[in-house]
Design a binder for this molecule. Structure first.
Ligand SMILES: *Cc1c(COP(=O)(O)O)cnc(C)c1O
Length: 365
């Protein structure tokens, strides 16, 4: 099935690429996920045949049959990683095999075919090589890479699709939140849950995000930018945000983060931060963290910092938590010292400003 995995991608150049001036204009002020590069990688899967057609093609609309399974039953998974330009002009990505392996786990959960991690990484490499001019070089900028796989079989009966497509698209990005690294207000969601035991919470699938859009609207209505989800069984423990993991720093110097026991997405950023904290001999524990502990801690001062983490926003300080009947400010509401220091160290590694002692970087160009 994976014959030739990691093999060469043929390139069909875009006959109408952006002009240098158009591209430079995009790269000067990259918004998050608004503009896309001139090409995309693709691979096709057919039941009984496996994967074929490793190609880089012009970026553009995808033709789908209206009965394509993904449009009805959301059989889809995706990934998110970034390409960083170093000062010598070389381009690198961060732990791509961790994303590739998580992509396989997500695919298994959604009854989609597994893509060999070598093909996943080769698809990313091939696209970034062709569109290397799209990797911005400004402070905190990068090329966001979005691999995704979806069911294309035209069939509205319910069973795993026998036809699947995989693509990688890329978008030059600056800071994820409009305000840069400014503390955000988080809405504590009590009406809905993003995941439950045995559900799809540990898979990176579009369905989890679709189910979270309504709570995001509630958050916006209350002046918050993001949603914090609680565990679906007891409603007492914090789990994660809609697209980021969460960590709490206490005034005794310890750090706690909820364990990835099936309802939480296993973040690559989360795991890198756990390693960087361990390197500093910070006492970091993966254990259930109750909402009461966070709220009481914010009130008493025992909670020193609270931050969210993920590839898109790296590390985002949480300034305040709001719910239907309460609001608390974390410390003085400003970005915490440990948060900013670890964020600095992680981005220094990603941008090649300090040695990559854990071998996390993978050269693309
Ligand atoms: C992608 C994602 C994260 C963060 O994962 P990273 O690998 O660090 O980018 C966290 N939670 C959810 C729900 C996600 O989809």
């Amino acid at each position: 099935m994976s014959t030739g995995a990691g093999g060469t991608f043929s390139v069909e150049p875009n006959p109408n690429p952006c002009t240098d001036a158009e591209r430079e204009a995009e790269l000067a002020h990259p918004a998050f996920g608004m503009a896309f590069t001139d090409h995309m990688s693709r691979l096709t899967w057919r039941a009984g045949e496996g994967w074929s057609g490793r190609r880089v093609v012009p970026y553009g609309p995808i033709q789908l049959d209206p009965a394509a399974a993904v449009l009805h039953y959301a059989q889809e998974v995706f990934e998110g990683l970034k390409a960083y330009r170093h000062t010598d002009g070389s381009v690198w990505t961060f732990r791509p095999f961790a994303n590739a392996e998580r992509f396989s786990r997500s695919a298994r959960r959604m009854a989609l075919p597994e893509l060999d991690p070598r093909d996943f990484v080769a698809a990313v490499e091939s696209l970034v090589r062709v569109d290397r001019a799209w990797v911005p070089g400004g402070v905190d900028t990068s090329l966001y890479l979005r691999p995704f796989m979806f069911a294309t079989e035209p069939f509205v009966g319910v069973r795993p699709s026998r036809m699947v497509e995989f693509y990688v698209i890329a978008s030059p990005v600056g800071s994820y939140f409009a305000g840069g690294v400014a503390p955000v207000c988080i809405w504590v969601e009590r009406e809905t849950h993003r995941a439950g035991p045995g559900g799809t919470g540990a898979a990176k699938c579009g369905g989890n995000y679709a189910g979270a859009m309504a709570a995001l609207e509630t958050a916006y209505a209350h002046g918050c930018e993001q949603v914090l989800y609680l565990d679906a069984v007891t409603g007492t423990d914090v789990e994660e945000l809609g697209g980021m993991n969460i960590m709490a720093v206490f005034d005794d110097g310890t750090v706690a983060t909820p364990p990835t026991s099936g309802t939480i997405l296993e973040g690559v950023t989360r795991s890198a931060i756990l390693q960087l904290l361990a390197d500093r001999d910070v006492a970091v524990v993966e254990r259930p963290v109750s909402l009461a502990e966070v709220v009481e801690g914010a009130k008493s001062g025992h909670l020193a910092e609270l931050f969210a983490c993920g590839t898109a926003a790296v590390m985002t300080p949480v300034g305040s938590l709001r719910g239907p009947d309460f609001e608390v400010t974390v410390a003085d509401g400003g970005p915490g010292e440990l948060t900013m220091s670890v964020r600095g160290e992680l981005t220094d590694i990603q941008y090649g400003r300090v040695p990559d002692r854990h071998d996390w970087l993978h050269r693309l160009v």
